[in-house]
Structure formats: structure tokens, C-alpha cells
Design a protein. Structure first.
Ligand code: PEP
Ligand code: MG
Length: 907
């Protein structure tokens, strides 16, 4: 028979820590704490299976199913506490709390003091001799139960909470400010009025029966699994709905029984910095929700913490010691007990713990322990410290750090206090992490001018194009109204390690008026805004930022990762500077240099335009001659920055129309430069227009129709490598052909490349080693990889295009419907960010396997945006890739993810 109810108490438990799926995190840990001798009020856990049944079959079914078990469990708690549920002389009160597999702080409901009614309250007042405490507990219970179970809580922000209204009224009448100044009679009056409000709104009396109260509360917790907050939180954190929540019913202990009682939360280490420093907050004479509610100022647990707090809050030492003493000072014995317990728990769980406790008349009780949430910096420091302390081994230390959290260590971040006070204007995609504050500019030229004057700017565009690159380079951050995670703005910004929020659809940008309207406010050029590229939030005004510290801990973590990694990590870099940044982060080679990005700067765009606008081969070759030395010197710089490692340079890829001048002034300039009429320029620009440029004249299709482009690029690459060789620098070129769909396309291009290389070797009287390989980014290429491999020295999966073409979602237009797809659960994740392993991944796997059927040692990597996304990196390890390649600032993330993948796959 399935067991639905697990009891714990007095050092025994039916569950244990590794039963989180069934008992939820809280329930499993309550059981475990009993087993290791930590004082925990007795109680029981109703399993997550029951939640699933509740959602399917409803309340009556579930109550019938577990009624006998729950009554038996209550009897056990009664025996252990000596109280009786519903009894007026010696009552047992319980708390009812949610607890899912993964912690979802504050998302679901809790009820305290359950079991009180009009007769129990009298009996309990007599028994404790403390009517104030008892009546205070009762009024809290009626309010909480009313809100959570009886739907008394207002549903909109403008509705008035009836309980709050009554409370204010009574306080006003009695002339008191704080709740704890209310007399017993005033508390009694509150209860009566609260209950009348319940009757008025629901038409029913407040339930007197303890069991009726209990079932109401248990079902309310199950219901709260499906409330909006919980659903949203699950979406954000990818928690499946099927998991359900457990319900924990526990004997109440009271922190509000007077000055020898209290309650608080504490952490075994600092969750913000990672420092090995026990810390937390508490309140004397209070119940759990008071600490969180922020009505009273919580006090620090340790004296050291208290002194630090006072310094920040501007409280004098005398005031601090008198009004806000630490637990260490106010209740030294309780402090010692708590200190020992947290040490034990951390040692037992081998991780930083986040705990809740209650002190009832001089006795310490633990109500919860769990692994504490922490910042990226804390995550790294705690893992390394625990490794050094011998608490965990190297593999565990690596697995403890969420790769994406390393991001926080690599980019400037907002000052925590400043961000709290800031107003969110809009939310877009978190396209490139980091924090940015600056004055709005709408045009790239202005960005450059303003920055030259010493200003800090945020470039705001409907969408960016290659013409904006210079403006993007100098801006603090980039904000676009359109475009997804692989839009131009996003890819370029990530490459630069620059903060970018893309696709913020609620922005109305008017280039003519130079205004941006958002959230009802009109922003002009020069107004300040701030961006959080990690969350996608756009803020009003300036927010202070601080530079991250790349502490020694980060380096130590990377060194350990290196030991456990099979795949290597390369970078996508288009400039020597980016290559150097990535190398400093530990990149071993370049997996993708997008050569088209090298033509955006300065006069190069003119030579490039001349090439495109030329009418014949002769005209193109003339322009290409101008481009050749520029390319060669770029390649030399990149080879030098990555000396000793492979550098994959991809031949020209983008649609040509992206390069031609669309603005009148630029068209005039080009016409003058080439000695042709503006009309001719316009005509050419129009003729290059494509209905579907992503599927148009790009990639190797360009190199096939204009072989002189491929020849020029091949020459620039080989010459650059040979020039470096002459200087004693080890350059290792790998030439990559983009957008290949058939082996004949690849063959066409490799023949040109190899013949140019031979020519250069003959001219220079020397040779070098080089590779020629291909992107696999068209489904047909993956499916025919066995044929394609015959012509390729290596494969690099371009999962941006492969995703686009497999799902049939345009990279440029998917932003219009993807958010909807995600909201409706049609897609679980954005496939341009997280590799669609079941679909696109299948093509990748086929491509790897078929390629290696032909060439067993074929070198295979990935250079799409997924190469820096941890779950996709894990997939790349699984299918046996040799390397992943990602933008420079993602290199550490990919390195850690690669180590974790190898640890998991070699288990
Ligand atoms: C890709 O398609 O995955 C790729 C890396 O190339 P690009 O993003 O330049 O099209
Ligand atoms: Mg591509």
C-alpha cells in the first residue's frame, strides 16, 4: 500500500533527507534533523503524491484517502507533546506549511496557530497564565486562516484588506501605534470583528472544529501550488508542475510567549559574499512572519554582525546595545545552542544552510533547514572553502557552482541598495549580461560624439544593424525594441561582453522626435536610463554600478575545472582584443571568427561596398585588392593573440544587402567615391533586396557566385599565417566554409582555397599546415554528413542557423511569437538560447556520427550561441564533440559546464 503520511518527532522519523521528491525539501529535512538529534517540534508530512491526486481527483477523494493516516499521525504528535488537538484544557496547536521538492521561497501559503477556537483560547489562556499571548495568537490565526483558506485576501492592489482595515480601526480607537501594544480586550475585540467580517463576506461562520480547520488548511496549501505566484516562479526556475508540493503539519512552538521567546532566520555562511561567517536576524517575542513582514526592525544574531549593521544603519553603539542587541548578547545560552546546531547541520549536509528557528521560553527549536541560495561570488567561495576544509571533494566543489552564476563575477553589477529603490520601466530579453547606466542616444554617430565629450551613453535603437557597431562599442549598454537572443545587437553585445537588453516590445521609439515612450513616460535624448542585461530589466534614471572582483577563488575554481574536462573550450572572436580577453579566461583557440564583422569599421565598409556595388569581376577584384591587406593584418593580430592554438576563420557569410548604403548621404558618398551616379547606386541597392535574406544569397553561395571573394580571403589567411611563421609565431589557421548544404558546394570552395594556398606557398617558397572544414548549419548537411566529411578536415555546428532551419523560425522574427510560446508552455525554453536537444540535437548527433563514419578522427565542435549555455554544453560532451566555442565572457561558464558534463558522463 502506498504510504501518504510520514511522521517525525522526538529523534525518530519515517522519512529522511534523500526523500525530497516525495516529502518536499522541508519535509525531508525535518525528518533528517530528527535523525541527527536536532530539536524539531514533532509533526508529519503529507506527500507530494497526495498533491498530484488532489489536483486530479479533488478534495473529497483525498480527504477520504488519508483521513485515518492523518488522525493517527495527530495522535502520535499528541502523545509526544502531551497536548490534545481541539481540547480546551490542554490544547495542541499546529502549523501547516507547504514544501516542494525545490525551495520556492514565499510562493505558497502557511498557516500558524491552527486548532484555536473560542473555547480552546480560554483554556489555553488559563493554562499559560498569559492571555495576551494567547489572544494575540488567536487574532493572527483568524486573519491568516481567513486570508489563505477563506479567500478574504484582496485580489487586486486597490482592494482593501478587511482585516487590515479593522486592525487599523481598533488601533486608532485605542490610541496605539504597534500591534504589540494592544490590550487583551482589544485583541478580543479584533477576533470578534475579524469573524464578523468573515461571516459578512463568505456567508459562513469561522470554523470552530479543529479538524475542519486542518483539512481547510491542508487543501489550501495544495491549492497554493496552482496560484499565480507559484506558477510564475516555476516558469522562471523551470520547476515542473507535476512535482506538486508536500504539506508539513507540526506542533506549534511559540516565539511570542514573552521576553524569553523569539524567532529568527540564520545562515551558516554569508550568502552574499561567501565569507565563512555565521549570520542572521531574529526578533524577541515574535512569530515567524514578523521577521519577514518588516514591521519591526529585526536584530542581528551575532555581535559582530550587529556592529556591522549598526555602522550601515547609522545607529550609535550605545543605542545598538540598548535597543537592538544581538542574540549573542541578549540570550548567550540560546546563541550558543544555535551556533552548535548550525555547525552540525552544515557539517552533516556539507553545504551552507539557511535555517529557521524559534525560541520558546528559553528552549531552542529548529523549524527548517535547507541549502541556502547565494550569489555567484558566494557560490564560488563557499565551494572552494569547503573543499579546503575537507568537507567536500573536488568533483563536488565543481558540481556545486551553477555555471551561469559565474556571469555575475564577470560583468559590472548594480549596487544592491541602489537597485532596490529603482523603478522598472520595461522588460526585454536578457541578451547580454551586466549592468549599464547612461544617457539615451538614438544614433550611433551621436554615441561616438557624446562619448568623446566624456559622457556615458546607452544606445537605444528599434533594432541595430552593422552600421551601429561603432556606437555599440562605445556605449555602456544597448537597448533595442525588437530582436531576439541571436539578433545582431545580442550577438555583437555578448561578443563584446557589453550589457544588452533586446526585444523590449513596450518601447515606442521615435527617431525623428528623438524620444522613447515607455510606461507612460516620455524620455528624450540625454535622459538617463539603466539596463540590467542579466534580467532584461530597464530602469528609470541612473543607478550606481560597481566593478566585479575576479578574486583568487575564481581562478582556483577554473584550475580545478581544467583537471576534469575532456572537451576544450574555444572562443568566438572577431578581433585580437576579444581573442586576448578570451585567452585570459582560458580559451584554447578560436572556434569562429566572423569575417564580415571585420568590414564594419572605418573606411573598410567603403571598400566592401565598392566590391558589392561593382558590376563585373574586374571591378570586384579592384575592391578586393583594397580589402586584402586589411584582412591580412586583422588575421595576423588574431593569430598572434591565439598563438599555439587553432584559429577557425570563417569565409564571408551575411547577405550582401546588409553592407550596402541605405541612407541617402551614404549613397551619395559611395557614388562620388566610385565615380558613378546616385541612381546607379540606388538601383544596385534595390537589386540586392531579398524577400528572405536569411535563406538568400549568403554563406558559401556568395563564394560560389563570386569566387574571387573566397580567393581573396583564403590568400589573406594563408599569407597572414606565413608572415607570422616568419616571425617565429605559431599560427594555426583553420578555414571554414559557411552554410554548406551539399558536398558539391564544399568541394567547390575547398578547391579554390587549396589552389590559392598552393599559389601562396609557391610565391613564398615555404609551406604551413592548415585545415579546411565546414559549418554544419543546414539540416541537409547534418543528414549527409558522411559525404560532406569526405571533403572536410573538421565540422563546426552552427546551431543558430540549424535551429532556425530545423524549427523554421526566422532568427530575426522569432521575437514576435516566442514569448507567447513560452508563456503558453508550447516551448519550455527559447531554442535559440538552449539547444533543442530532442529535435535540433538529433540532427547534431546524426551529423557527428555520420561524419565520423567516414572519418573516425574528424574534429567536431560547436560555434552557435549554444556553445556557452551549460545544458547545451553538457549535450555536446555527450555526443562526443572535441570542443565548444562561445563568446569571450562565456568562456569560464563553458569551461565549468564542460568539466561538470565530463564528471557526470564518466560516472
Ligand atoms: C550559426 O549559425 O550557428 C553560426 C555560428 O553562424 P551565424 O550566427 O554567424 O550565422
Ligand atoms: Mg550561421
Amino acid at each position: 500500500m502506498t504510504k501518504y503520511v510520514y511522521t517525525f518527532g522526538n529523534g525518530a522519523a519515517e522519512g529522511k533527507a534523500d526523500m525530497k521528491n516525495l516529502l518536499g525539501g522541508k519535509g525531508a529535512n525535518l525528518a533528517e534533523m530528527n535523525l541527527i538529534g536536532v530539536p524539531v517540534p514533532p509533526g508529519f508530512t503529507i506527500t507530494t503524491d497526495v498533491c498530484t491526486l488532489y489536483n486530479k481527483l479533488g478534495r473529497d477523494y483525498v480527504v477520504e484517502l488519508i483521513k485515518a493516516d492523518v488522525e493517527a499521525a495527530i495522535a502520535q504528535v499528541e502523545a509526544q507533546t502531551g497536548g490534545k488537538f481541539g481540547d480546551s484544557t490542554n490544547p495542541l496547536l499546529v502549523s501547516v506549511r507547504s514544501g516542494a521538492r525545490a525551495s520556492m521561497p514565499g510562493m505558497m501559503d502557511t498557516i500558524l496557530n491552527l486548532g484555536l477556537n473560542d473555547t480552546v483560547v480560554e483554556g489555553m489562556a488559563k493554562k499559560t497564565g498569559n492571555p495576551r499571548f494567547v489572544w494575540d495568537s488567536y487574532r493572527r490565526f483568524v486573519q491568516m486562516y481567513g486570508d489563505v483558506v477563506l479567500d478574504m485576501k484582496p485580489t487586486s492592489k486597490t482592494d482593501i484588506d478587511p482585516f487590515e482595515e479593522i486592525l487599523e480601526e481598533v488601533k486608532h480607537e485605542k490610541g496605539v501605534i504597534n500591534d504589540n501594544e494592544l490590550s487583551v480586550d482589544a485583541l478580543k475585540e479584533l477576533v470578534t470583528k475579524f469573524k464578523a467580517a468573515v461571516k459578512a463576506k463568505t456567508g459562513h461562520d469561522f470554523p470552530e472544529s479543529s479538524y475542519e480547520q486542518l483539512w481547510g488548511a491542508v487543501c489550501a496549501v495544495f491549492n497554493s501550488w496552482m496560484n499565480d505566484r507559484a506558477i510564475y516562479y516555476r516558469q522562471l526556475n523551470q520547476i515542473p508542475e507535476e512535482w506538486g508540493t508536500a504539506v508539513n503539519v507540526q506542533a506549534m512552538v511559540f516565539g511570542n510567549m514573552g521576553l524569553t521567546s523569539g524567532t529568527g532566520v540564520c545562515f551558516s555562511r554569508d550568502a552574499g559574499t561567501g565569507e565563512n561567517l555565521f549570520n542572521g536576524e531574529y526578533l524577541i517575542n515574535a512569530q515567524g512572519e514578523d521577521v519577514v513582514a518588516g514591521i519591526r526592525t529585526p536584530q542581528q544574531i551575532t555581535k559582530e554582525g550587529s556592529i556591522r549593521w549598526a555602522a550601515l544603519a547609522g545607529v550609535s553603539e550605545a543605542d545598538r546595545a540598548a535597543k537592538y542587541p544581538s542574540l549573542e548578547e541578549a540570550m548567550p545560552e540560546m546563541y550558543q545552542a544555535l551556533f552548535n546546531i548550525q555547525k552540525n547541520l552544515e557539517k552533516h549536509y556539507k553545504d551552507m544552510q539557511d535555517m529557521e528557528f524559534t525560541i520558546q521560553e528559553g528552549k531552542m527549536w529548529m523549524l527548517q533547514t535547507r541549502s541556502g541560495k547565494r550569489t555567484g561570488a558566494a557560490m564560488v567561495q563557499i565551494a572552494i572553502d569547503m573543499l579546503k576544509e575537507g568537507l567536500i571533494d573536488e568533483k563536488t566543489a565543481l558540481l556545486r557552482v551553477e555555471p551561469n552564476k559565474l556571469d555575475e563575477l564577470l560583468h559590472p553589477v548594480f549596487d544592491k541598495k541602489a537597485i532596490k529603490a529603482a523603478r522598472v520601466l520595461a522588460k526585454g530579453l536578457p541578451a547580454s549580461p551586466g549592468a549599464a547606466t547612461g544617457q539615451i542616444v538614438f544614433f550611433a554617430d551621436e554615441a561616438t560624439e557624446w562619448v568623446a565629450e566624456g559622457k556615458k551613453v546607452v544606445l537605444v535603437r528599434i533594432e541595430t544593424s552593422p552600421e551601429d557597431l561603432r556606437g555599440m562599442t562605445v556605449a555602456q549598454g544597448i537597448l533595442t525594441a525588437r530582436g531576439g537572443m541571436t539578433s545582431h545587437a545580442a550577438v555583437v553585445a555578448r561578443g563584446m561582453g557589453k550589457c544588452c537588453v533586446s526585444g523590449a516590445g513596450s518601447l515606442q521609439i521615435d527617431y525623428k522626435a528623438r524620444t522613447m515612450v515607455v510606461d507612460g513616460k516620455t524620455f528624450k535624448e540625454g535622459d538617463f536610463i539603466s539596463l540590467n542585461g542579466t534580467t532584461g530589466e530597464v530602469y528609470d534614471g541612473k543607478i550606481a554600478t560597481i566593478d566585479p572582483e575576479l578574486s583568487g577563488y575564481f581562478g582556483e575554481l577554473m584550475e580545478i575545472a581544467e583537471k576534469y574536462t575532456r572537451m576544450s573550450v574555444r572562443t568566438n572572436a572577431d578581433t585580437p582584443k576579444d581573442a586576448q580577453i578570451a585567452r585570459n579566461f582560458g580559451a584554447k583557440g578560436i572556434g569562429l571568427t566572423r569575417t564580415e564583422h571585420m568590414f564594419f569599421e572605418g573606411d573598410r565598409i567603403k571598400a566592401m561596398r565598392e566590391m558589392i556595388l561593382a558590376d563585373d569581376v574586374a571591378g570586384r577584384e579592384k575592391a578586393l585588392e583594397k580589402l586584402l591587406p586589411m584582412q591580412r593584418s586583422d588575421f595576423e593580430g588574431i593569430f598572434e593573440a591565439m598563438a599555439g592554438y587553432g584559429v577557425t576563420i570563417r569565409l564571408l557569410d551575411p547577405p550582401l544587402h546588409e553592407f550596402v548604403p541605405h541612407e541617402e548621404a551614404n549613397q551619395k558618398e559611395m557614388a562620388a567615391e566610385m565615380g558613378i551616379s546616385v541612381e546607379q547606386v540606388k538601383h544596385k541597392v534595390e537589386s540586392l533586396h531579398e524577400f528572405n535574406p536569411m535563406l538568400g544569397h549568403r554563406g558559401c553561395r556568395l563564394g560560389i557566385t563570386y569566387p574571387e571573394i573566397t580567393a581573396m580571403q583564403a590568400r589573406a589567411i594563408i599569407e597572414a599565417a606565413m608572415n607570422l611563421k616568419a616571425k617565429g609565431i605559431d599560427a594555426r589557421p583553420e578555414i571554414m566554409v559557411p552554410l554548406v548544404g551539399t558536398v558539391a558546394e564544399l568541394k567547390n570552395q575547398t578547391e579554390i582555397i587549396r589552389s590559392v594556398a598552393e599559389k601562396v606557398f609557391a610565391e613564398k617558397g615555404d609551406r604551413i599546415d592548415y585545415l579546411v572544414g565546414t559549418m554544419i548549419e543546414i539540416p541537409r548537411a547534418a543528414l549527409t554528413a558522411d559525404h560532406i566529411a569526405a571533403e572536410a578536415d573538421f565540422f563546426s555546428f552552427g546551431t543558430n542557423d540549424l535551429t532556425q532551419m530545423t524549427l523554421g523560425y526566422s532568427r530575426d522574427d522569432a521575437g514576435k511569437f516566442l514569448p507567447d510560446y513560452l508563456n503558453r508552455g508550447i516551448l519550455k525554453q527559447d531554442p535559440f538560447q538552449v539547444l533543442d536537444q530532442n529535435g535540433v540535437g538529433l540532427l547534431v548527433e546524426i551529423g557527428v556520427n555520420r561524419g565520423r563514419q567516414t572519418k573516425p578522427d574528424l574534429k567536431v565542435g560547436i560555434c552557435g550561441e549554444h556553445g556557452g549555455e551549460p545544458s547545451s554544453v553538457e549535450f555536446c560532451d555527450k555526443v562526443g564533440m572535441n570542443y565548444v566555442s562561445c563568446s569571450p565572457y562565456r568562456v569560464p561558464i563553458a569551461r565549468l559546464a564542460a568539466a561538470q558534463a565530463n564528471i557526470k558522463h564518466s560516472k
